[in-house]
Design a protein around this ligand. Structure first.
Ligand code: AMP
Length: 440
């Protein structure tokens, strides 16, 4: 089957690899020349992924039957709508269904209108004075979230980034004054607990869960430092996480199922990958946010585990027909660590050369995914963002972590950085104990 892939990051490299493994002939649109994707694709176009006309024209010229859209920006630009109009099946929701990610106020209001479990106290504002008045009337700590897309970097949490009400007020004013996210602000209750990610295949009605993953957003070891796009992630061989029980996972799946039903009943059926970010609190899982696509890095944890044919699953999503039976995952654990340029998260260096010994990584039995790098004259150069991800797959998290570290020795460079603590026993144990203490 001829398939279009959109995007040039680590997530999309994992998507393209899974499509090729499933027998697809892949044509890709990406803005950077990702060497892994370039090699795995039959052909590719270097272009802005939000240039809908160009992407659609390319898709038609390659006679693709199916498209898999990696990042959120083309979804917001209406790429799925246009492809479907032209008869191309799409893994990726229409612009209106993608509001589950692109508008935080839409998402919270939908959940509250349809009484989806796992929702939390929130209020959204398009007027600064109303937001200020609201802050004066509540007695709980808040998370401040610009309503529109901010590349995951606009959220600030009281007690973490904002030390008191004055700092909360100052940031809310800044969001309005600078137009961060473009559309106002959501103020929601601050949650306490451990975060986890649940991704699911959705065909408009049904929701088929993938193994749970925990991402690490903070730049430095010990979960310190600024938030990033994600420094690495792990998943467990039982498809749960060491601090999440199967009934808690089922509760989270139920939140996702009810959300997909709510979208369908609002006339915007959701066909694609739904990503739920949850906080496991002492009262159970609560929804932090939804994304309308795979997570990056989380795609790189789950896709290498897929035993079923990814192309068949994608075709099923686009045709409105997925089932648990057709989405089988290996009972193995994964640990993914991103190699990034020094300073990533604050003041990243750019164009840092990195050496990747692909054969060495392969001999270590690990998977390698290229992200925001460019290949120029045979050299691989970073951008200011994440460069290369290495994923160890093995019988347990410990074994997968060791495999990932063995493979990382084959990625070198003078100005690169890796969070080596991800997937290590100590940091996971700390999370387990923290959750145990909260549950008491
Ligand atoms: P988001 O962009 O909504 O995923 O938020 C970014 C990060 O902020 C999340 O990964 C959480 O660590 C944190 N966060 C978001 N919402 C809340 C909340 N209501 N309570 C506590 N932490 C939150």
């Amino acid at each position: 089957m001829k398939v279009l892939a959109v995007g040039g990051g680590g997530r999309e490299h994992a998507i393209v690899k899974a499509l090729v493994r499933g027998g697809a002939e892949v044509s890709t649109v990406m803005k950077n020349r990702n060497p892994g994707i370039a090699r795995s694709s039959r052909d590719f176009l270097l272009a802005r992924e939000t240039d809908v006309d160009k992407v659609v024209q390319y898709a038609l010229s390659r006679k693709v039957e199916l498209a898999v859209i990696g990042p959120e920006a083309p979804l917001e630009a209406g790429l799925a709508d246009r492809l479907v109009e032209k008869g191309v099946g799409c893994v990726g929701p229409t612009r209106s269904a993608a509001r589950i990610e692109t508008s935080k106020s839409f998402a919270r209001s939908l959940l509250s209108k349809h009484r989806v479990p796992g929702n939390i106290r929130f209020a959204s504002f398009t007027d600064l004075r109303d937001a200020e008045r609201h802050l004066g009337s509540i007695d709980y700590e808040v998370a401040v979230k610009p309503i529109g897309l901010t590349g995951g970097k606009g959220v600030r949490i009281q007690g973490e980034h904002l030390m008191n009400r004055d700092e909360v007020l100052a940031y809310v004013r800044e969001v309005f004054e600078k137009g961060i996210g473009g559309a106002g602000v959501v103020l929601e209750e601050r949650l306490e607990g451990e975060e986890f990610t649940l991704q699911a295949f959705c065909d408009g009605r049904k929701v088929v869960p993938m193994p749970l993953v925990q991402d690490h957003k903070r730049a430095f070891e010990g979960d310190k430092g600024p938030n990033t796009g994600g420094m690495g992630s792990y998943s467990s061989e039982d498809h749960l996480l060491p601090f999440v029980t199967s009934s808690e996972m089922e509760e989270a799946v139920d939140c996702m199922r009810r959300t997909v039903q709510a979208l369908a009943s609002e006339g915007c059926p959701y066909l694609g990958i739904l990503y739920g970010q949850f906080m496991l609190t002492k009262d159970g899982p609560r929804i932090i946010e939804f994304n309308a696509r795979f997570g990056d890095p989380e795609a790189m944890n789950v896709l290498p585990l897929l035993d079923s044919n990814f192309v068949d699953i994608c075709a099923g999503i686009a045709a409105g027909d997925v089932s648990r039976r057709s989405c089988e995952f290996k009972r193995a654990a994964t640990v993914c660590k991103y190699v990034v340029p020094e300073g990533y998260g604050t003041e990243p260096r750019a164009n840092v050369p990195i050496n990747v010994d692909e054969e060495g990584v392969q001999r270590s039995g690990a998977e390698l995914f290229y992200a925001a790098v460019n290949e120029e004259g045979g050299r691989i150069l970073t951008s200011t963002s994440r460069a290369v991800a290495v994923v160890g797959v093995d019988v347990s998290i410990d074994a997968a972590e060791r495999r990932c570290e063995r493979a990382l020795r084959f990625v070198s460079g003078e100005h690169i950085y890796v969070r080596h603590d991800i997937g290590k026993h100590e940091i996971i144990q700390r999370k387990v104990e923290r959750m145990r203490a909260l549950r008491k």
